[in-house]
Design a protein around this ligand. Sequence first.
Ligand code: PLP
Length: 395
Amino acid sequence: MERIYLDYAATTPCDARVVEAMRPYFSEKFGNPSSIHSFGQEAKKGLEDSRQVLADFLGAKPEEIVFTSGGTESNNFAIFGIAAAQEKKGNHIITSVIEHHAVSEPCKVLEKKGYVTTYVKVDKEGIIDPAEVKKAITDKTVLISIMQANNEIGTIQPIVEIGKIAKEKGITFHTDAVQSVGHIPVNVNELNVDLLSLSAHKFYGPKGVGALYIRKGIRINRLLHGGDQEKGRRASTSNVSGIVGMAKAIELCKEKLDEEAKFQSNLRDTLIKGLTAKIERVYLNGHSKLRLPNNINMSFEYIEGESMLLNLDMLGVAASTGSACTSSSLEPSHVLLAIGRPHDLAHGSLRFSLGRWTKKSDIDYLIEVLPAIVDKLRQMSPLYEKNETKNQKTQ
Ligand SMILES: *Cc1c(COP(=O)(O)O)cnc(C)c1O
């Protein structure tokens, strides 16, 4: 059976060209970049060339890039690092109700230590109003952290406007751009951000490597203490092969950014239209336009996302019910609840995320098989039966 992967938002396969670029750094270029000898210097060149590539992509300077172990570490570094560095200024953080747990959990940890967090709401389509962020600011606010694109519903936030507000008020502004980097244009100056998190495995690079952009002049405390790698901002021997892979991955994305986005958004819209036409009582979650080119998230009334997933998996289609991190728990998605979906619709959701190797025929296949799965599950659903008889009676 041919398997179809529609879960690129959870992780992407590593591009073969990325693996090729990484290969020498496991063998002949294995040196520790902190070593003075030629082995070390060879590795160091790979490291610093990669830093330049990433900086160029983001519109940043190389010294503003700190390599990390991924999106989670970058977010933790940004939040704990700024909170600690600006302890004297205040103890208030502004974030949103739809952040990834790698942002909201560090905030919760700080709350236990006396910090106060304001969770800005989103509208029914999952968009944050910059005016709400502005209203939340107090003289104790040290950090605003708002994601650029949501991992579950793909909504793209007005980061430019929020960045302007933060700048005006002199407040440090962080964005979790883990879902957007490699998929839409991301420029730290156009976005007015001071800190930005990214992760290689979300854009066809290896897992366990990422970066935090830190604007020059921003004071931040480190998370990891030890050696003086990354100019003392992050101890631990650099993951040279991973970093080289990440740089290659971003180069490949940059080459075809618009082309890939256009292709995927066409498939995205085809899928949304196809499923809406063939299935009753199905709702798109998130905004129809302010949305990642590769994200589809829909709720199917009367049935459970998990049952649909299992049925799809039997037909070789891999999708998700939301974020990979929460799909093992039975809690409904905090993002779907935040956009006002009732619990049953939050439970009855599916996320399809497309990528570099998604084909038109994959989407056609899904449009062909999903309606029958939904139909079968609805026939088994007591809720569906009750409502259908009620509807028939009122007709
Ligand atoms: C995947 C993801 C993360 C976590 O990144 P890791 O590299 O897996 O730690 C953080 N934020 C968002 C929005 C994500 O999609």
